[in-house]
Ligand binder design. Sequence first.
Ligand SMILES: *[C@@H]1O[C@H](CO)[C@@H](O)[C@H](O)[C@H]1NC(C)=O
Length: 825
Amino acid sequence: MALKLVLLAVALLAVWSPPPVTATVTYDHGSFVINGRRKILISGSIHYPRSTPEMWPDLIQKAKDGGLDVIQTYVFWNGHEPSPGQYYFGGRYDLVRFLKLVKQAGLYAHLRIGPYVCAEWNFGGFPVWLKYVPGISFRTDNGPFKAAMGKFTAMIVSMMKAEGLYESQGGPIILSQIENEYGPLESYNGASGKSYSYWAAKMAVGLKTGVPWVMCKQDDAPDPVINSCNGFYCDNFSPNKPYKPKMWTEAWSGWFTGFGGPVPHRPAEDLAFAVARFVQKGGSFINYYMYHGGTNFGRTAGGPFITTSYDYDAPIDEYGLLRQPKWGHLRDLHKAIKLCEPALVYGNPTVTALGHYQESHVYRSKSSCAAFLANFDSQSYATVAFNGMHYNLPPWSVSILPNCKTTVFNTARVGSQSATMKMQRLGGFSWKAYTENTESLSDKTFTKVGLLEQLNTTWDNSDYLWYTTYVDIAKDEEFLKSGRYPYLTVMSAGHSLHVFINGRWSGSAHGELENPKLTYTGNAELWEGSNKISILSVSCGLPNVGNHFETWNTGVLGPVTLTGLNKGKRDLSWQKWTYQIGLHGENLNLHSLTGSSNVEWGEASQKQPLTWYKTFFNAPEGNEPLALDMGSMGKGQVWINGQSIGRYWPAYKASGSCGACDYRGPYSHNKCQTNCGEASQQWYHVPRSWLSPTGNFLVVLEEWGGDPSGISMVKRSVGSVCAKVEEWQPTMENWYTKAYGRPKVHLSCDRGQKITNIKFASFGTPQGTCGSFSEGRCHAHKSYDAFEENCVGKQFCSVVVLPEVFGGDPCPGTMKKIAVEAVCE
Ligand SMILES: *[C@@H]1O[C@H](CO)[C@@H](O)[C@H](O)[C@H]1NC(C)=O
């Protein structure tokens, strides 16, 4: 590892004393107040180690363009303190650089120090060594834990102060978080849980940052710490004191993916509805979790079984491209909310029922009035009377009226363009192979009686732990004649394993997202005399959530038994086992250029389990994001120029239910899913900045025996953009009518692209969604012409939605809309 370790914090703490800070960020029940200004704050989570520093400026700019005021991130302890007292703040862990970019963009930051972060991140962000501090017990009133947590938190705070990063010092940080979602665990830990959370609050406040502290999902957060809500919906949440603002620290924009599970999606209309309802009911701080999810590079994914992609169906996708229409629809929502800000920030709305499932909230200040009209009927449209006018509200929607009269936005009417993405194959590689040595163990082995717990043995320095033992088979064993081999049974606490008998692969098994434990059973093709049984136990991300997950076990804890011998069953659990941490190839650093010269590489011919593959390639031209298509492979890890892209496991097909998705009605993470029956993750993000123009070194470690000839580099870009815009109605205004008098269709391809073709256009009653539009009964015959003239050959274009533009009204008296799909290349 080329980690640049910095011994920094100890020095900082010793010589540096913080300048006095004054409270410039305060709050009351209406909102946060920053330097005397009340604000409705829109925030989004971007976790710095889940993208590269080269990507950060663009991600932050796209967040700003999307209408965000704040960037929220956790602080990842295990990334910053890989071994006790040795700190690392370089590369993707350069927190200060990240926060300075946030500041440069003119945005605020919410720093969730934790240091427990959950986050589908390995061990919830705790360094593994922390488990081995004598007498420690995580996240409860325990001396060694509090000492370590207090020390790390104080170190981060003093680093932020030294860099002038708190708002009170002119920096971007307006809020901090201590602990994380502890409320639900507090009762499990009894009195110790309660005193721990109070200690955490007091410790944090004592660090005098000059900005408020937040504890999310912590109903009893003591003053002045603010308790906040996390969830798909938080409109029914109230803070624990009437003088605290209503905060939503995690508005889940989607959900994470696990290997073997489908990919969750949250409709933009429902997310906008949830956020608008929250603001309607007095919410003044909303953070999207995630706004950009990014990638779990290396072995940072939590778990077990969290995928390398942490896309999260966020408004900015894993690759840093806009996810449309989600990004655009939320941007339009944020504009509408900001128009209401002057009235919203004082709170105290007047609430009126407008029907069974309809209600209005009206906010007034001296000079302004803003209204939110909700229809939370999950089936039907409603027409409501409000302020002397009639308003048509789609099901499960909120209309926003910044002047209490004009609807500028409705959460169910998506005015923003949508897009389909394409993954363009760029060709394959020619590979050299090296098969992992499973015959003889290296000299770095040790022998013990009995089976060892895996984490206690590896300290997570590798996913792999070999368990090897010997079994003597006497000449008179019946199976030697009958050929009915005995059965080997291996009970493991997780997460997967491979069995080798006398050096030959014999079988594999794995646990699942919901239950990492597994039992392997298979024929043991033993011979007369001494036999070697080797079990390769593989971990796939340490747990990141659950009460005292630090005590959970991994690896082969047994029993390990043979059945079908002359004497029946033989228990192997308590014999001598020889252990080796990591694969031979890992210990030789085969993933690096220098390490790879330690072995002889041959032709890549058969599909073999436990094989290393290597190749060289030149960086593809252009600047589109890149990925490796690993669809032909089983399970393993990939490195480029020595850096790990992450774990891959496309052979584990997603099971679950995928089907039609209706935005209406309460969302849950398994409501709208894709990829059922396919790989949970086929594409693996390759950051552009990791590549040189030529001679890039690519190494794959395949555990199962995939087909490397199927691996290819792919480029991700916008394939087509679509829009669906209703013609003008007297009761409804929107952004376009405000600006132009009549609605307009706006289409925009990505940087460097042009519209090459109009795939579909219909003014009338078109149906379907982007990628599968079809004409309805009513269709204007010149629908295509307007777009072909105005759009083809351009990166952006706009067309006014007026019947004349499309050759005249095709069906007078019918409500019409235009649907268009344009191809980007
Ligand atoms: C693993 O190590 C911890 C801490 O040293 C210890 O308490 C625990 O009993 C060990 N677990 C097993 C299964 O050996």
